[in-house]
Design a protein around this ligand. Sequence first.
Ligand SMILES: O=C[C@H](O)COP(=O)(O)O
Length: 340
Amino acid sequence: MTMETTRAGTTVAPASRALDVIGGDLTERSLRRYLEGIPGVDAVGLEARAAALGTRSIKTTSKAWALDTIIRLTDLTTLEGADTPGKVRSLVAKAMVPDPDDMSTPRVAAVCVYGDMVPHAVEALGSAHDDGAPGRINVAAVATAFPSGRASRSVKLSDTSDAVAAGADEIDMVIDRGAFLSGRYGQVFDEIVAVKEACKRPDGTYAHLKVILETGELNTYDNVRRASWLGILAGGDFIKTSTGKVTPAATLPVTLSMLEVVRDWHRLTGEKIGVKPAGGIRASKDAIKYLVTVAETVGEEWLQPDLFRFGASSLLNDVLLQRQKLTSGRYSGPAYVTID
Ligand SMILES: O=C[C@H](O)COP(=O)(O)O
């Protein structure tokens, strides 16, 4: 027996979604057969659909709603090697009060930070992080040797469980792109299942798991579609495009292809999976294109923080400028928003 057939016959983790959809005989081979049986993406058609959705205009009244919706759906992010507790405190202050001159401005969904910054984010949020607090802001932590994903399994799992123990509500993990692109789907699958288990808290609840595909390294839409199915089958609560550290990061066609998988999964199982485009989304007008694409592909009910997020470090600033322009009739200029 060759290594390949040995591996192909290897049982993969008995994740319940995959058992339900693929069946009880869950092996590297059956997983691969399933993923390789997913129809390919018509790239020209996908890009044409995304371009058409991106040209839809929205009325001024809808624009106010759209801007507030973008804020509510934002994971306000800082993921720099130079991050400090002070920078995280500033980020949290902005998350809680995005525009001190307009207290009607909604809060963001979450702040997204490196794992070692979680205690600082939790402390700065204070009661805004209490269970059931009105306008509660979640703490999301990137984990599993973000952004490369190149570390041992044990390091990735302790990265995850440390962040959860420190109070992270959400874990943004990266998949092993090397294993995925080599066709070792079972390895990627098992790792997601293990990370999900590391998201478990002592009380039996789980931090929400976002599975970052890093689509800019996956080369084809077929791979993006296959990785999306893999992430969902293994137990991801969200599928996320990118780390923000690789170009291209989020694009509308890639996000549309992921939304189509989420739509198909919902039709197949009735279950709703979230989507998070992240990286390079900086302008309100671009974020609005994403809102339209979500509404037209999976429906407006997805436009809530449990099912859709923007991962972005500077988008909020542009949204605040546009919001000020809409309410005051004039453009205040970038001096009126804080520069992070
Ligand atoms: O997940 C979020 C990204 O890392 C942020 O990327 P950005 O700085 O391009 O907005």
